[in-house]
Design a protein around this ligand. Structure first.
Ligand code: NAD
Length: 288
């Protein structure tokens, strides 16, 4: 089945990237969030992302003007608008209570055959499936940030995910220009069971005054050849999302190794969420 119309739930960092990537590859998108402000910001961000990419990424310039791409994205706050979508990609905040409510609403609003892909950082896909009456049509699609520029997606098969659902998801990803690696379901999957611990420990290093954020990151870049250090990565992902993901891991495994650093909590409470808020371990307020 060719997927034409996709519901994208949540218009934050990830929902914006997913909606843009889908629209740039010819899909019709219904982008849903709680407020008109978030939706208006999403349209602005897509325009801005496309302009910046044209400037900075040789060979990755948009093939169509942003205005054309945006004609394929409609925005709404109303779940009833999802009555005819073929596929949903959910990107709401990383909190189980919020996702649980959203999946209940999606289950009632979307066609029976519609597949739900959770772009979650850490929440078990089997648990998400349990919030619906279609767990066989629920899977994880863990996109990387920024979505339009990242070719690989970690796909997670929940306990009840069917082969047909997996095939449909692979087909959609291929149509979005992506490849995928399929893994089994446990909270945090492969990527974030490792990455969240690394970022958290890097934050403990700063908290313990072992090194400055710049020096922690330089060690990873200069010694290990990583493109970005763990604190730069934390700022890119969003420090609020890092905290919520660690809380999910801590609760899921009941293992103290996932306890979030007090410095991370303090920064999130202070509104220092990283790039998206203009400040995290680094200052982005003056950057283009
Ligand atoms: P974000 O905070 O930037 O955006 C979350 C969006 O969800 C906000 O726009 C918010 O208004 C919306 N939202 C909250 N409750 C909602 C509801 N009930 N209905 C509709 N929309 C609602 O977060 P993000 O970074 O885009 O993360 C979204 C999801 O993607 C999370 O589960 C996160 O763990 C996951 N994820 C994030 C990254 C990353 O690098 N940031 C990477 C992969 C996966």
């Amino acid at each position: 089945m060719k997927i034409r119309s996709v519901g994208v739930i949540g218009a934050g960092v990830m929902g914006i990237g997913v909606a843009q990537n889908l629209a740039e590859t010819g899909h019709h998108v219904i982008l849903l969030d709680l407020t008109e402000d978030r939706l208006e910001n999403a349209r602005k961000a897509i325009r801005q992302n496309m302009r910046m990419r044209g400037f900075f990424k040789k060979g990755k310039e948009p093939s169509e003007p942003a205005d054309m791409v945006l004609t394929r994205i409609s925005t709404t706050r109303d779940y009833a608008q999802l009555g005819a979508v073929d596929f949903v990609i959910e990107n709401v905040v990383e909190k189980w209570g919020v996702k649980q409510e959203v999946y209940g609403l999606l289950d009632s609003a979307c066609p029976e055959q519609c597949v739900f892909a959770a772009n979650t950082s850490a929440i078990s896909i089997t648990q998400i499936g349990s919030a619906t009456r279609r767990p066989q049509r629920v899977l994880g699609m863990h996109f990387m940030n920024p979505v339009p520029l990242k070719a690989m997606v970690e796909v997670i098969r929940g306990h009840h995910t069917s082969d047909e659902t997996l095939e449909q998801a692979k087909g959609l990803l291929a149509a979005m220009g992506k490849e995928c690696i399929v893994v089994n379901d446990m909270p945090g999957f492969v990527s974030n069971r490792v990455l969240m611990l690394t970022i958290n420990e890097a934050i403990f290093l700063v908290q313990d005054q072992v090194a400055s954020p710049e020096d922690v990151d330089r060690i990873f870049k200069s010694c290990f050849g990583h493109k970005m250090g763990p604190l730069e990565t934390g700022d890119l992902i969003g420090l609020d999302t890092i905290l919520y993901s660690l809380e999910v891991l801590y609760e899921s495994y009941n293992d103290t190794k996932y306890r979030p650093s007090p410095l991370l909590k303090k920064m999130v409470h202070a509104g220092l969420h990283g790039r998206k808020s203009g400040r995290g371990f680094y200052n982005y307020e003056t950057s283009v």
